[in-house]
Structures are given as structure tokens and as C-alpha cells.
Design a binder for this molecule. Structure first.
Ligand code: HEC
Length: 485
């Protein structure tokens, strides 16, 4: 009976492989079933390895008479059936598309061969009662080798090329014909005069956060991010990058969608792009999505000039980055986060912090301010925009001497609150749009020596006062909103 079921199952699978159309639009139920493939596929893998081990032990005379040897046939039965289910599920999963055709074709072929061979091995094994022949053992050995190869191809389809070997010792990488790790391109800027914006700032984000799904081996949405041509060509939905127009670029739209949106990139539970990286990519597209633009020639707009500086800080430390500041106190950081403020380093290896209030109603609370006190030297970017902070709360910012970038847009802050910023030596970027600040604010702005950009649209500030301030501060970008300049 069991033997018959395996034979029928294998035959049915082979028929299905011929009739299921993998090129058409997948149905929800098909994809639902298809997505069990990565889980189910581990059953035949484990079972075939166990079968191989029990046969090996039986063949060497260990446990030969024991029940273990008798277990091989049932194990192979389960292996054959789970391989059949996994192969059929894989067929449905493939309808989702986006895989490198040749890697996928080999993974599929070998997967089917494994299912058929496992069924064959089971039928063979259940006929021979005690001694096993060399031919049969060769089939089991072959099965295990195939499981290794097919599993590796499956890993490449899921995680992208080079996933397994990325962190392998150079000796192993050499044997596999891959360049040494030091040649991979996440090295810092060596020479700022020849470094391009794309290579130093954009490409590393694509490589680390996108290429596992949009590279040579996996092409989700038919979109690749590993070569300039492919980035510009776009995917199934057309062009994802429109040079000069970040507002029309699907790639940018997806980065800024809420993380729970189905179209958000990278998908939920994958390493996310930081706000600084997303702003960087947006600026790069607005600046023409050029692959040759040099960092040295780029004129970053004020909104991202700090990001530029943080990238360049090791090469050309300036302003706050030239200060010798110790790493943030980890206990204080934990306290701050426990109090509901989100904090992250602005760049790996940097002591400086960027802060945000994920809960708009709990921003600059007493507990947060207490923790901030111990991190005063490290905090340089703060995003308090669209929160319920008011003048009283903002007074706490006076204790943060290194603040360079501050978002207060769309809050209840007025001139009184902003006066906490008086004389801040490093403050470069100040966003006050949609607040209650008035012309009196220019008197405060006058005390900020490093100021390069201030955003004042939708405030009571008058165009005349802004004009007067601009005249005295030609280097400061005073933004009063569209039409007001
Ligand atoms: C875990 C896999 C995964 C990662 C990582 C990922 N994506 Fe995607 N991406 C997908 C899938 C699946 C689709 C197709 C479904 C869709 O359109 O939402 C897609 C589609 C897209 C598209 C639309 C392509 C088209 O024309 O249909 C863009 C643009 C995109 N991704 C950009 C990105 C960027 C930029 C990153 C990195 C910051 C990224 N993705 C990371 C899985 C991923």
C-alpha cells in the first residue's frame, strides 16, 4: 500500500510539473501553498540525511541487528512524501517570479530528481529485508550530495548570490574563485577627490539592504539594483528611478511608505534603510541620479549637508565632527530608550547620536530629559517635528551644546521656546515650519554662527523680515515656502 502511494504521488507530481503553468499570474491560494516550501523542504533534507546515517551505520555493522536499521524504510517513505510535497509547493512558489532563471531551473530540476530518487530508494529499500546492495547505497549517497547542491541553490535564490561565502575566510573564498573580502566595496572613502557620491553613499545602501532581493540571482519585481543600467531601466512597474524627480520615483516612494505597507521597501522584518540613508537616496535622485558625480563636486542641499559631512568626517573632520567626543554612555542610552525616545548612532563607529520621538505625545518627558543630560555631548541631530512638545519642553534643549540639526516643525513652539537655542555654536539646520515663531525669531537666528538653513513656511514670519535677515546672512538658506522666495 505504502509503496503504491509513493509511486502514485511521484507520478502525480511529475504530471503536475508538466501541466502547471508557471508563467501565468499566480493565485492567492497557490502562493499561500507555495510559501510553505521553504519550511517543508527541511523535512526531506533532514530525513534523507538520517536515512543515509542509519544505512552507513548498518553497513559498518553498527546497530545492524537493531531496530534502527529497520527504521530506514519508513524514514525514506516520509522523505519521499515530504520531497514530493516540497517540490509541488516550490512549483507554486516559483509563480511569484523574480528569480534568476538558470539558478532556478537547476534548483527545480534537482529538486524533482531528489523526489523521484527518494521514492525509488524507498521502494528498493522496502523490498530488501536484511542486506543492502552497493547499488542501493550509491543511490542514497547520491541523494545526500544532491540535497547539498539543491539546498545551496535554494539558499542563493532566497538570500542572493554570495550569501554563504560573504564572511568565509579568504582561504575558502580563494578556493571558490571569489575575490578576497577586502576587495568588496564597503571600504570607507580613501580619497575624497575621486570618490563618487554613488559609490560611497548610495551603492553601499543598495548592497546591504536591497541586493539580496534585487541582485543577479534574485530579481524581485524584475528589478535589479546591482548595476547602473539596471537601476535606471527599472522593473515590472516601469522606471523606479526618474533622474531629477524623486517625487516621481517609485523607489523613493517605497522607502518612505509606512513599514507596514505591502509596498514598503525593504519589506518588514528585513534590515531597514535609516532616515539618513533614505534622505541621501532622495537627494541623489534629485541631483540627477548620476553615477559619476564626485563627492567633492556635489552641492548637497542644506537638508542633507550634514549627512554628507558625517560620511566625510573621517576624511575631512569639520565642525562638531572635529571634536573629541567619547562614545555614548550605554546605560544612559538604555534609559533614554526605555523612556520612549529612539536613539541611533548617525554612522557606524561615530559617537554621535540622532534622536526621534516615536510617540508624538511623549516627547521630552522628564525621564527622557534626565537621560539626555548624560548624553548631552553626543546628541547632534534631533527630530521633534510633529510632536506635542511646547515651549517648556523645548527649554531642555539648551543643555545640548553640540546640536547641529533640529526639527521642530508642526509643533506648538513659539519664540519663547526657540530662545533656548541661543548662541548654539554648531546648530546648522533648524526646521520651524508650521510653528508659532514670528519675526522676533531672527534676533535669535542671528546668534547662531553655524546656521546654514532655516525653514519658516506657514509661520507668522513676514517676507520683509526674512528679506532683511537674508541681506545680512547671504550664506543662510531661509525658506519661507513656495512662492515666498
Ligand atoms: C526581502 C526581499 C526584498 C528586499 C530586501 C527589497 N525588496 Fe524591493 N521588492 C521585493 C519584492 C517581492 C518586490 C515585488 C513586489 C512589489 O512590487 O511590491 C519588490 C519590488 C521593488 C520595486 C518595484 C519594482 C518594479 O518595477 O516592480 C522597487 C523599486 C524596489 N523593490 C526597491 C527596493 C529597494 C530600494 C530596496 C532596498 C532598500 C528593496 N527593494 C529591498 C522584495 C524586496
Amino acid at each position: 500500500m505504502a509503496r503504491l502511494s509513493v509511486v502514485i504521488g511521484t507520478a502525480a507530481m511529475l504530471v503536475l510539473l508538466l501541466v502547471v503553468d508557471t508563467s501565468g499570474r499566480p493565485s492567492d491560494i497557490g502562493l499561500f501553498f507555495g510559501r510553505v516550501h521553504p519550511t517543508v523542504v527541511h523535512f526531506p533534507i533532514a530525513l534523507l540525511i538520517v536515512a543515509g546515517l542509519t544505512e552507513l551505520l548498518a553497513w559498518r555493522g553498527v546497530f545492524a541487528e537493531s531496530k534502527l536499521a529497520k527504521a530506514t524504510a519508513p524514514i525514506l517513505f516520509l522523505a519521499a512524501w515530504s520531497a514530493i510535497v516540497a517540490a509541488v509547493a516550490g512549483l507554486y512558489l516559483a509563480q511569484a517570479g523574480g528569480y534568476d532563471a538558470s539558478t532556478f531551473a537547476w534548483h527545480q530540476r534537482l529538486g524533482v530528481v531528489i523526489a523521484v530518487l527518494a521514492a525509488f530508494a524507498y521502494v528498493w529499500r522496502s523490498r530488501v529485508e536484511s542486506t543492502v546492495s552497493g547499488g542501493y547505497l550509491a543511490v542514497v549517497g547520491l541523494l545526500i550530495v544532491l540535497v547539498g547542491i539543491t539546498g545551496h541553490l535554494g539558499g542563493t535564490l532566497t538570500h542572493g548570490e554570495g550569501y554563504l561565502t560573504r564572511y568565509a575566510p579568504d582561504g575558502i573564498r580563494r578556493v571558490l574563485g571569489e575575490p578576497p573580502k577586502s576587495a568588496l566595496s564597503d571600504s570607507p572613502i580613501d580619497d575624497p577627490s575621486t570618490a563618487t557620491v554613488f559609490d560611497t553613499m548610495v551603492r553601499p545602501v543598495f548592497e546591504s539592504k536591497c541586493e539580496s532581493c534585487h541582485g543577479a540571482a534574485v530579481r524581485k519585481g524584475g528589478f535589479r539594483l546591482d548595476t547602473p543600467e539596471e537601476i535606471i531601466d527599472g522593473g515590472e512597474d516601469g522606471r523606479a528611478v526618474v533622474p531629477g524627480r524623486s517625487d516621481e520615483s517609485d523607489l523613493v516612494r517605497r522607502l518612505w511608505l509606512p513599514a507596514t505597507d505591502r509596498k514598503h521597501m525593504p519589506p518588514m522584518h528585513r534590515p531597514q534603510v535609516t532616515p539618513a540613508e533614505a534622505e541621501m537616496i532622495r537627494w541623489w535622485i534629485d541631483a540627477g541620479a548620476s553615477f559619476d558625480l564626485l563627492v567633492a563636486d556635489a552641492e548637497p542641499d542644506p537638508a542633507i549637508s550634514l549627512i554628507f559631512e558625517s560620511w566625510e568626517m573621517e576624511a575631512l573632520p569639520e565642525g562638531v565632527f572635529a571634536l573629541n567626543v567619547s562614545d555614548p554612555d550605554t546605560v544612559a542610552l538604555a534609559e533614554l530608550q526605555a523612556a520612549g525616545m529612539s536613539a541611533s548612532l548617525i554612522a557606524e563607529g561615530s559617537p554621535f547620536l540622532q534622536l526621534r520621538c516615536p510617540d508624538a505625545d511623549a516627547c521630552l518627558t522628564a525621564a527622557q530629559v534626565a537621560a539626555l543630560d548624560k548624553l548631552a555631548d553626543q546628541v547632534i541631530w534631533m527630530d521633534l517635528g510633529r510632536t506635542t512638545v511646547d515651549d517648556d519642553a523645548v527649554a531642555a534643549l539648551a543643555g545640548l551644546p553640540h546640536l547641529t540639526r533640529l526639527h521642530l516643525e508642526q509643533t506648538a513652539v513659539t519664540d519663547a521656546g526657540v530662545s533656548a537655542l541661543r548662541g548654539m555654536q554648531y546648530l546648522e539646520y533648524l526646521n520651524l515650519y508650521g510653528t508659532g515663531v514670528t519675526d522676533a525669531t531672527f534676533e535669535l537666528l542671528d546668534t547662531l554662527p553655524a546656521l546654514t538653513a532655516v525653514y519658516l513656511w506657514q509661520t507668522p514670519v513676514t517676507a520683509e523680515a526674512a528679506e532683511a535677515f537674508r541681506a545680512g546672512h547671504p550664506d543662510v538658506h531661509v525658506n519661507l515656502g513656495a512662492g515666498a522666495e
